[in-house]
Design a protein around this ligand. Structure first.
Ligand SMILES: [Zn+2]
Length: 212
């Protein structure tokens, strides 16, 4: 029991404490000092605590390794690409959201996993305080640990609210990050194929826009 708790503590943080979030939200509102809206804000600390605890930071209670542990045996060798996975995360520097799409690929060793599991693992890691670079690396590491593929890749494109509502205030700027493991690190043609396959999304999206 003790050992399990220790392992858990090392592996991932315990997650947010709703009571302290509530206290913090009250203090934050008091510091802003808005009086005209006092009636409208009566339930705001509760809403803020619930949103951060149950939704925005729900990833701390999810374990990507567990989600991906449902892999099954396969002889398949071709590259698997799960593209255009929407995600929302929170930047650790400003506590403001960044949101965009993730594209994940792996070259199966002898295991495949259900495609929705990859999306759920991205969610579990994104719904925490994050840096986009670290999040991208964590997705590759989780896939590599769980599926023991010949290689894994992840590319993320996101808009950061900390770049649009403050700082540079450049709306529409996208931050692109990528991370690789195994064969993707060694073989530039594999990386090129992954980028081509995940880029096809932009093409299909603009085609849809034209059609609409
Ligand atoms: Zn930021």
């Amino acid at each position: 029991m003790k050992r399990r708790r220790g392992r858990r503590a090392r592996g991932r943080p315990p997650g947010p404490d709703r009571r302290r979030l509530l206290r913090g939200a009250r203090e934050f509102l008091a510091a802003i000092g808005e009086r005209d809206l006092e009636r409208d804000m009566r339930r705001t600390p509760d809403r803020v605590a619930d949103a951060w605890h149950h939704e925005i930071l729900a990833g701390y209670r999810a374990d990507p390794d567990r989600i991906l542990a449902t892999a099954f045996r396969t002889e398949e060798q071709g590259m698997v690409v799960v593209r255009d996975i929407p995600f929302v995360s929170v930047c650790v520097h400003h506590l403001l959201p960044f949101h965009g799409t993730a594209h994940v690929a792996y070259l199966p060793g002898d295991r495949l996993v259900g495609l929705s599991k990859i999306a759920r693992a991205v969610d579990a890691l994104a719904s925490r305080l994050q840096l986009q670079e670290r999040l991208t690396r964590q997705v590759v590491d989780a896939v590599t640990r769980a599926l023991r593929p010949r290689g894994a890749a992840c590319r993320m494109e996101a808009e950061h609210l900390c770049m649009t509502v403050r700082g540079a205030r450049k709306k529409g700027t996208r931050v692109v990050t990528s991370a690789y493991s195994g064969a993707f690190l060694k073989d530039a043609s594999l990386r090129a194929e992954f980028l081509r396959l995940s880029d096809a999304v932009a093409g299909s999206r603009s085609r849809r826009r034209r059609a609409g």
